[in-house]
Write a protein that binds this ligand. Structure first.
Ligand SMILES: [Zn+2]
Length: 293
């Protein structure tokens, strides 16, 4: 019911409620754009039936903040890693600080880490070194990996191939690449995270015929908010900041392009996410609908 939303930040046409509880596996809620209204953002996520959120930790500072938020709010979990953009700052001390975070019960994955040869904010050599170090950490701590890859599919597959027996699970978050890269990742038993990229008429429509090729038990969904606001939303959102409450729209889009029922897809992605991140059953139950007095 649309009117169960706690406020009117989202226009009526954007108040979705997923028919089955969802897990947003990539939410950058430590981004400063959420600093002033995080409680309201979380309340809207609950109203949309987004039951659990994995906050992306892209460097030590944000990973610590994400872990701290997970202590304060039920249903929040965190990843801890160093994004390829920041790979030049990798050092052995950082590895020790990260290792301390992996002992935190709500830190459920190593990452965001990986390779981004699109922008090369750190050199490819620096990126490979930092990624290699984080693969080592994932293997040591028995944690799954939350991976970022852009224009580096070939090298990513090579590196993961040599690690595949040592790491347990890995997800390529915000998958944007082509069919060959997708099949290469599936051959390595990787999971795939989908965002609203497939709603982007400028660069993402090639994904539409591909989403049906991802086995349901390997498919997870994410907003990557505040980035990647879906470009085909049925109403305009003031401020254009993406948020977890809009995840049901992305699931609906994927369901459409898979030719399947939205509720069944929602339930499948939540099963995959719960198993992948080892979330407790209590974390993936339907959220209460707040009643209006
Ligand atoms: Zn990313």
């Amino acid at each position: 019911m649309a009117n169960a939303f706690p406020d009117d930040v989202l226009p009526e046409a954007l108040r979705f409620r997923s028919p089955s509880p969802l897990v947003d596996i990539g939410a950058n809620l430590t981004h400063q754009s959420f600093a002033h209204d995080l409680d309201a953002v979380l309340a809207r996520a609950r109203a949309a039936n987004v039951a659990a959120l994995i906050l992306t930790g892209t460097d030590l500072e944000h990973a610590r903040q994400a872990a701290a938020l997970s202590d304060r709010h039920p249903g929040l979990y965190a990843t801890a890693g160093v994004h390829p953009h920041d790979a030049s700052g990798w050092n052995p001390t950082l590895a020790e600080h990260m290792a301390a975070l992996y002992a935190h019960p709500n830190v459920v994955a190593v990452g965001e880490c990986g390779l981004d040869f699109n922008r090369n904010f750190s050199t490819p050599a620096e990126q490979e070194q930092a990624f290699e170090a984080q693969l080592t950490l994932a293997a040591q701590h028995g944690l799954p990996l939350f991976i970022h890859e852009r224009d580096a599919g070939q090298r990513m597959r090579e590196m993961l191939e040599s690690w595949r027996d040592d790491i347990n699970q890995a997800v390529i978050h915000c998958f944007t690449a082509d069919k060959d890269t997708l099949y290469g990742y599936l051959d390595l038993d990787l999971h795939i995270g989908l965002t609203a990229w497939l709603c982007d008429e400028r660069r993402g429509h090639h994904l539409r015929p591909l989403v049906g090729d991802i086995p349901l038990e390997r498919l997870m969904v994410e907003t990557d908010c505040p980035y990647l606001l879906p470009r085909n939303l049925p109403a305009r959102l003031k401020g254009r900041r993406h948020e977890p409450a809009l995840l049901p729209w992305i699931v609906r889009e994927i369901a459409h392009w898979r030719g399947m029922d939205e509720a069944a897809l929602a339930a499948a992605t939540t099963r995959s996410a719960a198993a992948f991140f080892r979330l407790p059953d209590s974390a993936v139950r339907a959220t209460c609908q707040e009643t209006t007095a």
